[in-house]
Ligand binder design. Structure first.
Ligand SMILES: [Zn+2]
Length: 216
């Protein structure tokens, strides 16, 4: 694949145009200066490419590609066309709760796998958003997360999400913007938890990452 990195700085001025859909996007939640890490690369359209394929390839929303490239008819792109692709830096994380770690990321027991880290803390300890983003889930016993009790999931840039589980109480709702350090809930032991602690995960496109590689 021919991929030219033509511009490395965030200095590219972008025309402001109204969003294609009124649906709120995580980008609306990230302050402009946090987007300075944004850079533009170019994808040269190959035979067989469709905008949808290209959006999947780079993990960029289709609407964003259309907007950024000012495409009038998404079914008409041509071979050799240079399409702008936005790339984002990973979010800058802070610790959601400070403390020792009682259980690390990775294999647990014979066939168990711990997809996050556990930070024990007294019930009611404030939980902070680990980075700027948009709350996408906040609630109890959500599909696939029943054992996690009350959870919050925040979407950040670059396909990255953070998850906060076993909360006593959540202070945020889906669709709300949060800044790193905002208090989003309180530590508890809801769900299947032995003792009061925060179970914290960082996921990229659904795949859990070791939070200790990303926390300061
Ligand atoms: Zn855990």
């Amino acid at each position: 694949m021919l991929l030219l990195i033509l511009s490395l700085s965030g200095a590219c001025a972008r025309k402001k145009s109204p969003p294609l859909t009124p649906k709120k996007n995580v980008k609306d939640c990230i302050s402009q200066n946090k987007m300075l890490g944004e850079r533009i690369i170019y994808h040269i359209v190959q035979p067989g490419d469709t905008l949808y394929k290209i959006s999947r390839l780079y993990n960029v929303q289709l609407g964003e590609l259309i907007r950024l490239n000012e495409i009038k008819d998404p079914s008409h792109i041509f071979v050799g066309q240079a399409l702008k692709i936005p790339r984002y830096e990973n979010p800058q994380f802070i610790w959601p709760v400070k403390g020792r770690i009682s259980s690390y990321f990775g294999k647990r027991g014979r066939k168990g796998f711990h997809s996050g880290i556990d930070i024990p803390a007294p019930k009611g300890t404030p939980i902070k958003a680990a980075a700027d983003g948009m709350v996408v889930k906040s609630g109890k016993s959500l599909d696939g997360y029943a054992k996690y009790g009350k959870i919050i999931i925040i979407e950040h840039t670059n396909g990255i999400r953070t998850l906060y589980a076993h909360n006593r109480v959540n202070f945020v709702k889906a669709g709300e913007c949060v800044r790193a350090g905002d208090i989003i809930g309180e530590v508890g032991s809801s769900g299947n938890a032995s003792g009061s602690h925060l179970h914290f995960e960082i996921r990229k496109n659904g795949r859990p990452l070791n939070p200790l590689k990303y926390l300061p």
